[in-house]
Design a protein around this ligand. Structure first.
Ligand code: HEM
Length: 433
């Protein structure tokens, strides 16, 4: 057994400031300078352990416990996404799992295509630049609202979209800004949070009641929750909808910003994707069955998620000592794994920094935990197939209608927040196909 290398910071403060300002740079440096298991010195806040090698990631995710996400629970309620490991989490996981079965999701494709087409028809114009961050957020929010309520429901979609859009920004700000005004202060943002969360809860609650009276047949999230609700109160179901909203919107939206941006920079891959779409889908509306036959959009999304995983780090607490590659992490250790760093680990990936979707088409073998954009183990993302469906659909529909030209020499950095976002937001030029 060997001692765990320490990445030390200044006395008392430790690496805290660096952690707040540039966590990804700090993790990357930790691996480069200290190896695959590192103790990060957070000064008075106590140590945080970081593990980067796939085998170590596996051990941490299979053995660690996810703790409370206290702030998120206060802001959004006690749904699956904010629940700590344990019995209540298990009960919620069993409720949500059936909603994400592949055949159910494939049947949702027309519901998702509606808001996507609405955006492309009204706001995307050839010859103009498009702000991908704003657009993908609007589109994924609209798709989520549609997937939840369906077409038949008498729901104020505009209010639901606006409230969700605001809440995503508010939560980001609360979690990732160094100094925020206390939430009890009547600042404009705090007041709006209270009105919007109440409005959204009411919209979801009313739709639940309406659906209970007149059960629907659409494969929406709401119908799924009602079908499998055994023992769940209305209030708990509202929490679950909010949990899906928050876990599944910003993440997917950002993943798509990166995917479209990387495709705009890599014309050859974009052409390969377009050729496949032409061949398999032509000008038809993409359906679940057609999308399943496409390989390149899926590979492009996978590769973007490798380079820029929206959920760039996961935290766990260890209840027992854990041997990781000859280092023993003590019981109680707060531990972090970073998909961003492991996805670019030079021992695992060839040309780790290059965008090469073909690596997903060639049957290349690698460690199961070398790639975990959706997490792994018990808490693995319940919505990963839905996210992939949205990704396939957006890349396919956009390829049918537009070519994206990047802004020359546009620098792209990253801003770690709820999801890892590009800064500045890419604004490609829309060209005719
Ligand atoms: C590209 C898009 C997405 C990414 C990168 C992503 C990533 C993740 C990751 C890394 C986790 C594990 C969290 C942990 O271990 O603590 C997770 C969990 C979760 N995700 Fe996703 N997600 C995405 C899309 C979605 C969508 C579309 C939904 C729902 C419609 C969703 C719902 C959830 C839920 C409910 C959990 C909690 C699972 C549990 O704790 O059992 N996600 N997601």
């Amino acid at each position: 057994m060997s001692a765990i290398p320490v990445f030390a910071g200044p006395p008392l403060l430790g690496l805290n400031l660096r952690f707040l300002r540039d966590p990804i740079g700090m993790f990357s440096q930790a691996r480069r300078d200290h190896g695959d298991v590192v103790q990060l010195d957070l000064g008075l806040a106590g140590p945080l352990h970081a593990v980067f090698h796939p085998e170590g990631v596996k051990r941490v995710l299979m053995n660690g416990r996810r703790t409370h996400r206290q702030l998120l629970r206060e802001l959004l309620g006690k749904g699956l996404f904010t629940s700590p490991s344990g019995d209540d989490w298990g009960r919620r996981r069993r409720l949500l799992t059936p909603l994400f079965r592949a055949e159910r999701l494939a049947a949702m494709t027309p519901l998702l295509l509606g808001p996507l087409d609405e955006a492309l028809d009204t706001r995307w114009r050839t010859g103009e630049r498009i702000d991908l961050a704003t657009e993908m957020k609007r589109i994924t929010v609209a798709m989520m609202v549609e997937a939840t309520f369906g077409t038949g429901a008498d729901v104020d979609r505009t209010a639901a979209r606006a409230a969700l859009d605001f809440l995503l920004g508010y939560v980001d700000h609360q979690l990732f800004t160094f100094a925020t005004a206390p939430r009890s202060w009547p600042t404009p943002a705090n007041r709006r949070y209270r009105t919007d969360i109440a409005a959204l809860r009411r919209i979801i609650g009313d739709a639940l009641v309406a659906r209970t009276r007149r059960p629907g047949t659409e494969p929406t999230f709401l119908d799924g929750l009602l079908e499998h609700r055994a023992g769940f109160s209305d209030e708990e179901l509202v929490d679950e909808v909010l949990s899906i909203f928050i876990a599944g919107t910003e993440t997917t939206g950002t993943a798509l910003v990166w995917a479209l941006h990387l495709l705009s920079l890599n014309g050859e891959v974009a052409e390969q994707l377009r050729a496949e779409v032409d061949d398999v889908v032509g000008q038809q509306d993409p359906t679940g069955d057609l999308l399943r036959k496409l390989r390149v959009p899926r590979a492009a999304v996978r590769e973007s998620l490798r380079l820029y995983p929206p959920a760039w780090a996961l935290r766990r607490v260890l209840d027992e000592p854990l041997d990781v590659g000859g280092h023993v992490l003590p019981a109680g250790a707060r531990t972090i794994v970073s998909s961003y760093v492991t996805h670019r680990h030079p021992d695992v990936w060839s040309t780790p920094d290059a965008f090469l979707p073909e690596r997903w088409l060639s049957g290349e073998e690698r460690h199961r935990f070398a790639y975990f954009p959706f997490g792994a183990g018990a808490h693995q993302c319940v919505g990963n197939t839905f996210a992939q469906l949205e990704g396939d659909l957006v890349l396919t529909r956009v390829a049918q209608r537009f070519r994206l030209d990047p802004l020359p020499n546009q620098p792209t950095g990253t801003k770690p927040a709820i999801a890892l976002t590009p800064v500045p937001a890419p604004t490609p030029l829309l060209m005719p196909v």
